[in-house]
Design a protein around this ligand. Structure first.
Ligand code: FES
Ligand code: FES
Length: 162
């Protein structure tokens, strides 16, 4: 065991980890930050996506030790400072971009990475970017709509926010 220190959502944090501890485990079990979900542990589902030094990463594909000293952002860091939902989170809520919600943290983090690099993506670009994120519930349509809305674009056929 070793103490691994990194910056998560702007705060320096430390927790014990073994050499084999995955970043996803470190966040959930070491820090108790369970917003990052683990759907497969085999790099398939994308539920565990976080940002490491600004890059979207499946946190089950990386050892915690590899992220020592890094700047990590999780879905908990996507909320506004007052605790209200951030823009992408709010868009998912407004456009019914989730059902069970299991995939949602990864979807939100992938969407944030996409919009950082491509602030006005087309529907095709959104669908292409989400290739590594599996959703078993929604059929993706409302997820795509939510990301279109979060980018400030018109949302064709949108379900109106209530
Ligand atoms: S838990 Fe990491 S990709 Fe599924
Ligand atoms: S909302 Fe259930 S897996 Fe996506």
């Amino acid at each position: 065991m070793a103490t691994i220190t990194m910056t998560v959502n702007g705060s320096e944090v430390s927790a014990e980890a073994e050499g084999r501890t995955l970043l996803s485990q470190y966040l959930r079990e070491g820090l108790g930050m369970t917003g990052t979900h683990v759907g497969c542990d085999t790099s398939q589902c994308g539920a565990c996506v976080v940002h490491v030094n600004g890059q979207a990463v499946k946190s089950c594909t990386m050892f915690a030790a590899e992220a020592a000293g890094a700047e990590v952002t999780t879905v908990e860091g996507m909320a506004n400072a007052d605790g209200s939902l951030g823009v992408i989170q709010q868009a998912f809520q407004d456009h019914h971009g989730l059902q069970c919600g299991f995939c949602t943290p990864g979807m939100v983090m992938s969407a944030a990475a996409l919009l950082k690099d491509n602030p006005k993506p087309t529907e095709a670009e959104i669908r292409d970017y989400l290739e590594g994120n599996i959703c078993r519930c929604t059929g993706y349509q409302n997820i795509v709509r939510a990301i279109m809305a979060a980018s400030g674009q018109e949302v064709p056929g949108a379900i109106a926010a209530e």
